[in-house]
Structures are given as C-alpha cells and as structure tokens.
Design a binder for this molecule. Structure first.
Ligand SMILES: NC(=O)c1ccc[n+]([C@@H]2O[C@H](COP(=O)([O-])OP(=O)(O)OC[C@H]3O[C@@H](n4cnc5c(N)ncnc54)[C@H](O)[C@@H]3O)[C@@H](O)[C@H]2O)c1
Length: 328
C-alpha cells in the first residue's frame, strides 16, 4: 500500500461515505481538497481519493511546500440532492472525519465545494483552509490557481488557447487570456457558461480537442488525455489546472511522441494551495503570496530546461524533482 492512511467513515449524520486518503506526511501535514460529487458507488470515490491524494503529494513537493498529499471525497449516490440541511450534515461529517486524523491532514475546496463549505467543516475541525475571508480564512483559491496557470502559460508562449471547462478556474483563465490579447476558444458541458466569456469563440465539447490552437488548457475534470484523445489534438502544448489529466502515466509518452509538450498538471495547478498556505500559515500578504504563485513559471521553466538537456519529458523531470524532495 502506497498511502499512509485511508479512513472511510459512514457519516453519522448523513449516512454517506466520507473518504479521507492521506498519501504522505513525509514533508509535513497532508493537504488536499474536499470533493463532493456523484460516483457510481463509493469504491469509485475511493479510487479517485487515492489518485488525487498521491497527486497532491507530488504537487506540494514540486511547489516546495512543507506538506504532503491527501484528499477527501464524499461519494454521492447518483441523483442525490443536497439541500441546505443535508449539505450541512455532510460537511459536519467531513469535519469529524478530518478531526479524527488529529492534524495529520487539512482540507480545502475542490470540485463541488467552496469557501462557505469550508466554514461549515470548520465548525467541527480547525484543520481547514480557504474559509471566507470574513470567517478568518484566505477565501476562494480559484483566482490564485488561475494566476499560477497564467504564469505557466506565459512560459509556453503562443497566441491562441482552447480552454476546456468554464468553471471557477477555467472562466477566469479564459478572461485573463482574452485580456492579454490572445485568441481564445472555449467549451463547457453547461452551455449557459458561454455567457461568462463573451469575447471567446465557443465550440461544442466534443470539438475542442481538435481546435487549431497553440495551447490546450484542460480546466474541467480529469482523464481528458487518453490514447483515444491524444491523436485528435492539433495544439503544440497542453497546460491547465484540471487535476489528473492523463488517464495513465504512459499517455505522457504518447503526447511526447506526437511532439506535444505536456506541462504536468500538478505543477501548473499549484497556485491555490501555494496561496492558501502562504497566507494562512505563514502570514504572507496577498501580494507576497501571489509572488510565490508566480514562481510556478520558474519551476516549469526549470523542468523544460532539464527535459531538453536530458532528452526526457517535463513529466519525467517533475517526477524526479518530487522524488528527490521526498527523499531528503
Ligand atoms: N479551484 C481550484 O483552486 C483548483 C485548484 C487546483 C486544481 N483545480 C482543478 O481544476 C479543475 C477545475 O476546477 P474548478 O474549481 O474550476 O471546478 P468547477 O467545478 O468550478 O468547474 C468545472 C467546469 O467544467 C465543466 N465540465 C465538466 N465536465 C466537462 C466536460 N467533459 N467538458 C467540458 N466541460 C466540462 C463543468 O460544467 C464546470 O463548468 C478541476 O479539475 C479541479 O480539480 C482547481
């Protein structure tokens, strides 16, 4: 077993499965967001928690944080409706599960949760980041995540980008790219999101992979890059915030073989966790924390340089960097 600890609680209030996976505390307490979404059974939620927590270990290590990786998943049975009371019950169950780990893991927002949910979790445990600023936290992590992605995109260059998913982070990135004078193609499964970025070109979700752009920016859920999707790409680079973009590690080699540069997601998407830890644990100002987020550009540049010097990929070099930091 690669993970240090995995707890699965049947929530005392909600009856729902609450899964907390702690992958590593080698560098310090584990961090990783709380994902609440529908799964085909709690075992699928467990798989996601195991994968995502391992990626958080690499994310924190490469970002130079004194933290390890963890993840919380609440696996909703499909069709579950979370009204306000039920949602609060779920969040209090999450808080209790985290509290049972006695500080070895702290959570934050992820798909399906936001700062207000963190305040509710915070009623049961103090090991929680990104509560609203008014409640003493550092607030929504999405703008910092988007800022980190932009730092990476600047290193990659290019005049045109295709953004997959116009959620909290993707819509922000698309707007920032438009403001920077880039051509921007966007999509989302929710067509109402189209209105969020009026200056962008809209295509259907199944067309975006073939968009004729310089850089593809995955900003929806994971698993976009597969042996079936990679041959359809027309871009020269892929970099975005979506966690776990590859269906399997070997897909990085398929991208490399096609001459497409893949900037590892755990490097590119670290802005939120970097910002929150700088502000909430180290008392950094907004400006100082954002400056640290901008460092993602330098990290990526270093990986690109090493990959071209060693004849490897940025993914390989990122893995080596994480491994070396975890060994020290
Ligand atoms: N929010 C953060 O600070 C943060 C930090 C690190 C990583 N991430 C990752 O970035 C990604 C986006 O995060 P977010 O907070 O913007 O999430 P979000 O839930 O706000 O947005 C996701 C968007 O993707 C759309 N979507 C889902 N499936 C799609 C598909 N197949 N094709 C097109 N669009 C699709 C959804 O409709 C939604 O608009 C996630 O993978 C998340 O784990 C987010």
């Amino acid at each position: 077993m690669e993970h240090e600890q995995v707890v699965i609680h049947r929530g005392a209030r909600s009856g729902l499965p609450v899964i907390v996976a702690v992958h590593s505390t080698r560098l310090g307490p584990a961090l990783g967001g709380c994902r609440i979404r529908a799964y085909d059974g709690w075992r699928a939620g467990l798989d996601d928690a195991l994968r995502l927590s391992a990626a958080m270990t690499a994310k924190c290590a490469v970002a130079g944080l004194a933290h390890g990786g963890g993840k919380t998943v609440v696996a909703l049975p499909p069709g579950t409706v979370l009204d306000a009371d039920f949602r609060l019950a779920v969040l209090h169950d999450v808080g209790d599960a985290i509290e049972s780990l006695a500080g070895g893991y702290a959570t934050g927002p992820d798909v399906g949760t936001g700062p207000a949910d963190m305040a509710a979790i915070g009623e049961r445990t103090r090991h929680v980041f990104c509560r609203p600023v008014a409640a003493g936290g550092s607030g929504d992590s999405s703008p910092a995540t988007a800022a980190g992605v932009m730092a990476a995109l600047r290193v990659l260059g290019g005049a045109s980008h295709a953004v997959v998913g116009l959620g909290n982070v993707g819509a922000d990135i698309a707007a920032r790219l438009l403001a920077a004078g880039k051509r921007v193609v966007v999509t989302d499964v929710d067509e109402a999101k189209r209105a969020l970025v009026p200056g962008a070109e809209w295509v259907a979700p199944d067309e975006i992979l073939g968009a004729d752009v310089d850089v593809l920016v995955p900003a929806a859920l994971g698993g976009l890059l597969t042996p079936a999707s990679v041959p359809r790409l027309r871009c020269r680079a892929v970099a975005g915030p979506a966690n776990n973009q590859l269906d399997a590690p070997a897909t990085a080699d398929l991208l490399h073989a096609r001459g497409i540069l893949w900037a590892p997601d755990h490097v590119v998407s670290a802005g939120g966790v970097v910002y929150a830890t700088q502000v909430e644990l180290h008392g950094a100002t907004h400006e100082a924390a954002l400056a640290r987020v901008e460092g993602i550009g330098d990290t990526l540049r270093g990986l690109l340089t090493a990959a071209s010097a060693n004849g490897t990929t940025p993914a390989f070099e990122a893995e080596e960097l994480a491994r070396s930091r975890l060994l020290t």
